[in-house]
Design a protein around this ligand. Structure first.
Ligand SMILES: [Fe+2]
Length: 204
């Protein structure tokens, strides 16, 4: 599946949040240790197994908050412990040291998918891939919402923003939004019906 897991944080104090901890928690913890980083929080782009299957294991050794969009928490009903789960809404912010992370609700792939905005960088989970976007035919997916997310949120973000997706599905690991606006096939539509024809072809 080639998931990306990100550390986002403040190098000067050596504190980070880990985004979508999954698959190999020991490797994540070893990497943090090697780089003298303390993991202070978990951020979840969305609830799918391949992005969240390390959360429970991580919480066994670290008593840290897990930030998940409120709609995603309601939909997936994870059993991560009430004390640790922090339900997020769009536009809310979290600070790790001096680094500010803004939560952006981007439904479509799942009801409570969220992206993380850090300065001019967007960690986009399975909402936007390099030259792709997340499936909308899985439970909780909604192609109309995805169209709205792309047109009314992502297309309106600045061209020089860097996109860091949730999977390594392309020949590059990140890209600027200016380029994605030109080359990403799912960013080329200005009407819903033609977008649906591309994203949900079986329905047409
Ligand atoms: Fe997903």
């Amino acid at each position: 599946m080639e998931n990306f897991v990100y550390f986002i944080g403040d190098k000067t104090i050596g504190e980070v949040a880990v985004i979508d901890p999954a698959w190999d928690v020991k490797l994540l913890q070893d990497e943090a240790k090697k780089n003298n980083l303390k993991i202070k929080a978990v951020l979840v782009t969305h609830g799918h197994f391949d992005h969240t299957n390390g959360v429970e294991e991580l919480l066994r050794t670290l008593d840290i908050p897990v930030y998940i969009n409120e709609k995603e928490a309601d939909f997936f009903k994870f059993d991560w412990g009430k004390e640790n789960v922090k339900r997020t809404k769009s536009s809310e912010k979290l600070k790790i040291g001096n680094i500010e992370i803004e939560f952006v609700h981007t439904p479509g792939h799942t009801p409570g998918s969220q992206c993380f905005l850090i300065h001019n960088n967007l960690v986009s989970g399975d909402t936007l891939f390099i030259n792709g976007c997340g499936r909308c035919d899985l439970p909780g997916g909604n192609a109309e919402q995805m169209f709205d997310t792309i047109c009314n949120k992502l297309m309106k973000m600045p061209d020089d923003m860097l996109i860091f997706p949730g999977h390594n599905y392309a020949d590059k690991k990140h890209d600027d939004l200016k380029n994605q606006k030109k080359t990403n096939p799912f960013m080329q539509y200005d009407n819903l019906m033609s977008f649906l024809g591309r994203r949900m072809p079986k329905l047409n």
